[in-house]
Design a protein around this ligand. Structure first.
Ligand SMILES: [Zn+2]
Length: 193
């Protein structure tokens, strides 16, 4: 019997026309003539996909390209920077909400001590941009996938505690979700120019 390989869903980027795994692309939907970013591929409506890159944003955000992709005309065509900022806002909220949810059921731990206490269960680390060199050196040997996002002050406020430079994700599901969101955030935020 032939076993059919399970194929991953691929989508085409409207900018470069490359086919990629769904997880690597950003999905947008049109609603009432406005373009919205759909972070979890859940929104109804005619959608289009874009790589998280400036080049693809620039190529796609032209009336002729959009009209064809969406089969309708937008009431307003955003600039690449406007659309990027919208995406960054949504991604930031999604990252923070996922971590908060994980923290509620102890799938996320906060601070260096808690991270080291759970070192054998870590799936992902989120590090603050202003984490000290010393702390970074301590964390490195853990050899866990990590993303650097926002400040210690910001994470402290998010979790209602003192400034927090290290966040450990233990839960696999939350780690996968946050890793995917953080990858896109980093691509748009740091590799934009
Ligand atoms: Zn592309």
């Amino acid at each position: 019997m032939r076993v059919k390989a399970k194929s991953e869903p691929v989508r085409m980027c409207v900018g470069c026309r490359d086919r990629k795994r769904k997880e690597e692309l950003l999905r947008f939907v049109e609603r009432d003539g406005v373009l919205f970013f759909d972070p979890f591929y859940r929104a109804e409506g005619r959608g289009m996909n874009l790589c998280p890159s400036r080049r693809c944003f620039e190529r796609a955000l032209k009336k002729s390209v959009l009209d064809r992709a969406l089969r309708t005309s937008l009431a307003y065509v955003p600039s690449p920077e406007e659309l990027r900022d919208q995406v960054l806002d949504v991604l930031k909220d999604a990252i923070v909400n996922s971590l908060r949810m994980g923290y509620r059921f102890r799938g996320v731990v906060l601070g260096r001590e808690a991270v080291f206490r759970n070192a054998d269960r870590l799936s992902l680390l989120i590090l603050a941009e202003d984490l000290s060199e010393n702390s970074l050196r301590e964390i490195e040997p853990l050899e866990v996938e990590s993303y650097t996002l926002f400040t210690k002050e910001y994470w402290g406020e998010t979790f209602n505690r003192k400034p927090t430079g290290v966040i450990g994700v233990l839960d696999r599901g939350i780690a996968n979700k946050v890793s995917n969101l953080a990858e896109k955030f980093t691509a748009l935020y740091r590799r934009w120019s």
